[in-house]
Design a protein around this ligand. Structure first.
Ligand SMILES: NC(=O)c1ccc[n+]([C@@H]2O[C@H](COP(=O)([O-])OP(=O)(O)OC[C@H]3O[C@@H](n4cnc5c(N)ncnc54)[C@H](OP(=O)(O)O)[C@@H]3O)[C@@H](O)[C@H]2O)c1
Length: 357
């Protein structure tokens, strides 16, 4: 039996997002088990040796050794799709080089998120933005980014409401988990018994990335959404899952029932058969004290989409203010899972170029 799955690599496989990629790609139906790429620091170590997630490593990849490689080396190894979990700054030039060499890259890093010809994609929200991708020149790969982890939950929750409420302004206050800072992340003595009301550059990222994702595509450009997102971001001592308190100041006044119905009906990827797509992507929780990171971070079905759904709760509506909480898994929906879903969507649309001949 031939294996027609696309050959893949994880860049930054020893890191927090890299390990979530390994979990999601170990037995993926469309992407072959990945090459695990690290730096000289992790070269030669087994994935199991560097594993830090609470879930066990996938049995098939646990004994696989990390390798240090170059873009040329990845091309020689036959890699078609690279999932990037590289630190920002390092990611940009490496990703560009891979794309020039014909490898398609799905990235978590911020370097290319606001490039005019690079889609910043959350497929349930702005699938049509894939069309701005610059792949015109023969031999180039596709480059697609996913947003900052706190932006993903916010735009998923807002997308079904934008037309209904026509927001004047959106206020969001975040309670972001420790893993959002990667591994080893925040020093324990800085965060134990504490909340830190500052995450470098996070508020600006939320504002700019939300405006772009919720913006309208016109041809190959995107006109930003017309309302501002005013963010206040805090780091709290949870392990995974970003909780956000959202206040939408609306200019329209639909009924409460219309608002909850808009969330309940929202499932734009239904019927596409994308393995990692959660159905529904936004789960409405009626509990008076939900969503909570500990209890709701793994929301999402089917099983492959665990951690991919955003959970909305504590909905309060008194025109012009809609208030609610939203929770999403920063490292899955806001990280590795977001990239894998983007790749599945691009593949379904025939947007991943075939190998350079
Ligand atoms: N954590 C989240 O929730 C989250 C969510 C969305 C997006 N992101 C983004 O995803 C990326 C990865 O974040 P993370 O949280 O996984 O960070 P992390 O735990 O610090 O991992 C970083 C990884 O990058 C590798 N690396 C460092 N320098 C490198 C270089 N010069 N060349 C190649 N690889 C290098 C490291 O490999 P070695 O161990 O081999 O040195 C390590 O595996 C970042 O851009 C981050 O902003 C993170």
């Amino acid at each position: 039996m031939t294996d027609d799955r696309l050959p893949t690599a994880i860049l930054g496989a020893s890191g927090y997002i890299g390990q979530h990629f390994a979990r999601l790609l170990a037995d993926h139906p469309q992407f072959a088990p990945p090459l695990l790429v690290g730096t000289g620091r992790s070269h030669g170590q087994r994935l199991g040796d560097v594993w830090v997630l609470a879930e066990p490593p996938p049995a098939s990849l646990e004994p696989v050794r990390l390798v240090a490689s170059t873009p040329a080396g990845l091309v020689r190894a036959g890699v078609r799709v690279a999932f990037s979990a590289l630190p920002s700054g390092t990611a940009g030039p490496l990703e560009s080089e891979l794309v020039r060499r014909g490898v398609s890259v799905f990235s978590n890093a911020s370097d290319h998120r606001l490039d005019p010809q690079v889609p910043l994609l959350v497929p349930e929200v702005n699938a049509d933005h894939l069309a701005i991708a610059r792949t015109a020149r023969a031999g180039r790969g596709l480059l697609v980014t996913n947003p900052n982890c706190s932006t993903t939950g916010l735009v998923l929750a807002l997308a079904p409401l934008v037309g209904l409420l026509r927001p004047r302004v959106v206020h969001v206050t975040t309670f972001q988990s420790l893993s959002g800072a990667g591994y080893p992340g925040v020093p324990s003595l800085a965060i134990a018994d504490n909340v830190v009301p500052y995450i470098p550059a996070e508020e600006e990222k939320m504002a700019r990335e939300s405006a772009r994702i919720l913006g309208r595509r016109r041809g190959t450009t995107v006109a930003e959404a017309p309302f501002p997102v005013l963010a206040s971001c805090a780091r709290v001592a949870t392990r995974e899952g970003h909780l956000e308190s959202v206040v939408v100041e609306a200019t329209r006044s639909p009924t409460h029932a219309k608002i909850t119905e808009a969330w309940a009906r929202f499932d734009p990827l239904a019927g596409l058969g994308l393995p990692t797509a959660p159905h529904p992507p936004v789960e409405l929780h009626g509990g008076s004290d939900r969503p909570q990171p500990l209890r709701d971070r793994w929301a999402g079905s089917p099983a492959r989409a665990r951690g991919m759904a955003a959970v909305v709760g504590r909905v309060r509506w008194e025109f012009p203010y809609l208030r609610f909480f939203v929770l999403s898994h920063n490292a899955v929906r806001g990280g590795a899972g977001g990239s894998v879903l983007n790749a599945e969507y691009a593949l379904a649309r025939g947007a991943i170029p075939s190998r350079r001949s």
